[in-house]
Design a protein around this ligand. Sequence first.
Ligand code: SAM
Length: 249
Amino acid sequence: MKFTVLSLFPEILRGFFESSIMAKAVERGLLSYELRDIRDFATDKHHKCDDLVFGGGAGLLMLPGPLGACLDAVGAKGKRVVYVTPGGRLLNQAYARELSREEELVIVCGRYEGIDQRVIDEYVTDEISIGDYVLSSGETAALVLVDSVYRLVDGVISGESLSEESFEGGLLEYPQYTRPAAYGTLRVPEVLVSGHHANIRSWRLKEAVRKTLALRPDLLADGVLTDEVRRILLEISAEGGCDGHHKED
Ligand code: SAM
């Protein structure tokens, strides 16, 4: 899969693509990327890329000319082109998974008040928001999007690591512990050091349900629940609800 990112500040993005798991995936040929500086496509001597908004109001808007030329240079038409914007569809795990099946994603980072609507109409297939808040720039949002998508591309991370993560099966992930078994006065739940795999699985599922009920009940309300999860919900309710979801059994 290829990520092509268009930005007025591509240097903000470069470190991410050159580090850690992403860099390894690029080295292994699973992923590639291209960072384009929109300013390279400005036509005046000051490399101007923004101007006042028609109709008045505070702030500046990115000019359609340089951005459109940059999109043409990467052959955006016919590709999946994302504009990251607070006015977009909310990103979630299912959406990230869908995008991870694309051959290429072209991502436009906004600045100032955003981009001219005509560029959206002409090139953009997906307007995506990473959350209900306003950032000052699209670069951080683009990195969130890329990070959520690239790790789902086949071969980048083991399938086993992905299958038990938050949002799989409509649940948050269960609490996890590492060495030492005793950290100050706090001990790892006994079941996790018992070596009894069936009990460990049951404990993890119940804790995942408990945590989801406490922190993200909307996931349980929206998702299709298995019979086992339904039974656990009844059990938790009989025990008095989801208080103390971090505590040991
Ligand atoms: N005037 C815009 C509005 O009210 O919707 C906000 C513009 S924001 C200050 C500048 C840029 O940051 C946007 O063009 C977009 O690329 C990016 N951005 C800000 N918040 C975002 C979010 N929640 N999700 C995705 N991108 C965001």
